[in-house]
Design a protein around this ligand. Structure first.
Ligand code: GRG
Length: 296
């Protein structure tokens, strides 16, 4: 299969859906809608919603019912980037190839735009649940799991341990906690949401969970490696900031070569977890390989 074309087609479907959801820049209050759209469009790779759609399809999910959840996951991710860049957190100037939200709109509006995207994510997903096209219990379970993965038992917990560990040398289990929570939990729940809403049985969910855990951690290890080896043009933000900020990363703790070895090992585990899907697992397999080799 042509993974580049696959990613392009899925990204287009997500972008078109997001375009309809987010108010126009001309709607009052314009400043809020401008700030919400600014970081969301043209956006990044859309890997979390694409994973949700691919997992939905691999277990036999049909139609567009997954799309509001896929978009919701992207809105949560985009809010986290806006807030992560704020002066109180990473104080970054550049994101998705352009100046960060607070640099353009000021801190207050960047915070509020992030809040609005996060809140809209849950409205969107619950509205779809209420429409009744999906099994409403599965929809509520998906929203429950997404809340836990984005909140204090997931992404926020990882972020807190990350900022509290800056400048200190942590052991591998703490670094793994940071990576699996800060980044891995939203990736894992994207895949599990696709599986759940697509009607996966227990064995399929278990396979998707093994796949999701492996690609989630591999994704952040690659991010750490790109901070060392990437360029501003490729990653859309300044490289070298993790090192300058004495962040705990895989290359800082284990070195570049060992980090790459562990990343490849995780990608191998992810691919192996897809065995039961046979040929149908090709999109998820290609996405895992792409995550291991990505340069942006
Ligand atoms: C509530 C003040 C406040 C802050 C919350 C939750 C949070 C801050 C930060 C989340 C942690 C975070 C941003 C982790 C980074 C994960 C990561 C690898 C981001 C880059 O993801 P890509 O490469 O980006 O998918 P694109 O731009 O392609 O979507």
């Amino acid at each position: 299969m042509d993974i580049v074309e696959y990613l392009k087609v899925k990204k287009r479907a997500i972008d078109m859906a997001l375009e309809k959801i987010i108010p126009k820049e001309t709607d009052f209050p314009q400043s809020l809608h401008k700030a919400m759209r600014y970081t969301l469009f043209p956006g990044g790779k859309r890997i979390r919603p694409i994973l949700a759609m691919a997992a939905y399809e691999v277990v036999g999910g049909r139609g567009n019912g997954i799309l509001p959840y896929a978009c919701g996951l992207e809105l949560i991710h985009t809010y986290s980037l806006i807030h992560d860049d704020l002066p109180a957190l990473d104080n970054d100037d550049y994101r998705r190839g352009k100046p960060t939200s607070h640099r353009v709109f000021g801190e207050a509006l960047a915070i509020l735009a992030g809040d609005a995207l996060l809140t809209e994510a849950f409205r969107l997903m619950s509205k779809e649940g209420l429409r009744g096209e999906m099994d409403s219990r599965a929809a509520m379970e998906a929203i429950d799991e997404i809340s836990m993965s984005a909140g204090f038992t997931g992404m926020i917990a990882g972020q807190v341990v990350d900022i509290e560990s800056e400048g200190k040398k942590v052991e591998l289990p703490t670094l793994e906690f940071i990576h699996t929570h800060k980044t891995g939990s939203l990736i894992l729940v994207s895949i599990r949401t696709g599986g759940r809403l697509g009607g996966a049985g227990d064995i399929e969910m278990e396979a998707l969970t093994r796949y999701g855990k492996a690609v989630g951690l591999a994704f952040q290890i690659t991010d750490d490696i790109l901070d060392v080896e990437g360029s501003r043009a490729s990653i859309g933000r300044a490289p070298g900031v993790d090192m300058a900020r004495e962040k705990n990363t895989y290359p800082a703790l284990l070195g570049l070569e060992e980090s790459k070895r562990r990343c490849n090992e995780l990608i191998g585990q992810a691919v192996a977890a897809l065995e039961l899907f046979g040929n149908k697992g090709a999109p998820l397999r290609e996405i895992a390989l792409y995550i291991g080799e990505r340069t942006s």
